[in-house]
Write a protein that binds this ligand. Sequence first.
Ligand code: FAD
Length: 599
Amino acid sequence: MSPTTETDVIICGTGAAGLTLALDLARRNIAFLLIDKAPHPFVGSRGKGIQPRSQEVFEDLGVIDRIVASGGEYPVQRIYTADGPIDQVGVEMSEPTPEEPYQIPLLVPQFLTERRLRERLAELGHAPHYGHELVGFDQDGDGVTARIATPDGEQAVRARYLIGADGGSSFVRKTLGIGFPGKTLGVRAIVADVYVDGVSTDAWHRWGEDTAGQVSMCPLYGTDMFQLQAPVPFDVDLDLSAEGLTAFFRERTGRDDVVIRSVSWASAFQMNARLADSYRQGRVFLTGDAAHCHPPTGGQGLNTSVQDAYNLGWKLAAVLDGAPESLLESYEQERRPIAEAVLGLSEKLLEAAKNRDIHRGREVSQLDLGYLNSPLSLHSSARDKGVLAGDRAPDSPVTGAGGLPTRLFSLFQGPHWTLLGHDVEEASAPEPRPGLHIHTIGTRGDILDSGDRVQGAYGLSAEQWVLVRPDGYVAAVVDTAELPAVEAYLDTVGVRPLAATRPTTTEASTDMPTETSSESTGTPRTRREHRQARTAAEQRLATAQRELHQLSRQVQRDLRSVRRHGETTAIVARSNFAELAVKSINRLTANFRTERTDQ
Ligand SMILES: Cc1cc2nc3c(=O)[nH]c(=O)nc-3n(C[C@H](O)[C@H](O)[C@H](O)COP(=O)(O)OP(=O)(O)OC[C@H]3O[C@@H](n4cnc5c(N)ncnc54)[C@H](O)[C@@H]3O)c2cc1C
């Protein structure tokens, strides 16, 4: 970093939230700086449950298979009782369905999940800066100036937005003075990643379940370690060394055939349930544990954090690309109620666990969470069946018109919006827009609904359209006659018609004002005509300047992308357009001056 680096977004924190946000921004070519005060990546297994909805997010981000391969499925819970061990299924598993392809929670140590996210980030040309601590920031109407302590001294970085993904003790939240009300839950626990002799890897072993002397060992698939967990009293000193934990384990279980050989990471922590009063102050946002913290029961913390970041990523990118700032208000409106519900669930499961109930059902999968009451959900009063605006968009197998099988999730994958027309006339489709993929499903379309699965999953009739957001939630379900409302909606979320965004060189010559446009149709003669001509020219100049500003930002981003990925065609086209735009602006300004002189 140079002393006055500029970027679009500073992400403070490289946990699951910060990395997910970084990935989402990277694939959208948004410039960002990802920092962490820690000298190296986090090494603990703590958030080890990846819920089905997060697996869908990871599929979209292009990392799901690597994450699945890094861990495994939850084993049975083996409960040691006075009458011997009893195996019990802890996590209720349903078979995957075409609509919900991920049903089984994964067990992946958090440090492996984060490693996979960093690897994907590297593929997109980015790396976190470790040993970089955010030590202060100020914001104004245009951006945020952050002070970052680095191994080379303190540096100032200017960005349009700052994101506090800096965990439960968030420096960003505290600096903003945002309240973090809630409660400590009166539970202190040990969690440690240990190498052990004497325990099999086919089960999550639990001793002393109905006593204060509980202790468990869960195999950490993808590694040779186990995660040791145990509630502990508040008022004791703990020895978290291998010898100390072996003695602790023997005291609780009476087993002297189990030996902890070494400890990779260990922590003693108090459980809290807290929710930030606000997720945003001006140009600074909170995400992940910085905004909410949960007890680990039900494995919700990491998952909620990943999905916060996934919700924020596309909105930030859209606003940086010219969408109205108000789009960012929906982040807190959508995500804070979710965190509130998840907090309630984690606390309920913690209470159940205290009463020996360790069973988990669909409620932890996060597949049923949605944004029905969001301002971004465009409801149609006539709709009373099937998916609604705000629901998670189901997957479904389909067949491309070319004959190859594919899935709706494959059509959704990427940073774009998707508009699906079901049994519609192709001619009724809206005009194409950058950032919107339009597919028509049916015998007359580019996609065939093999087995009517889409129709069933979405509850669609003929002549209906579904608009799906970049984060896989339904934005609207409308009839063909209501498509103008969808087009108006798209304008408000930054998916603008081609002419308003990035005209090609040819189109630019018709879109940009030229010497043969309106002025040349007649020289203004009267005072009124002069005034009208001047007002029109002023408006065109302001529009052109705005577009040129946006374009120059896009070109800067493209240049960075070209350096990384070599997308030469796109940059050449945009550079050509930029040149043309500059010429047009100069010509327009010259005309404007001439008009003023004429007067
Ligand atoms: C002991 C324990 C057990 C858990 N078990 C589970 C579980 O079983 N299932 C589950 O889903 N969740 C679990 N969680 C929660 C889960 O780990 C968190 O929800 C998840 O890590 C949140 O991710 P995050 O990115 O928001 O924050 P974090 O992972 O906490 O990352 C925050 C990052 O910000 C960095 N940072 C902080 N301040 C600054 C600063 N000023 N400048 C730069 N960097 C900074 C930190 O170094 C850190 O790397 C557990 C948590 C703990 C503590």
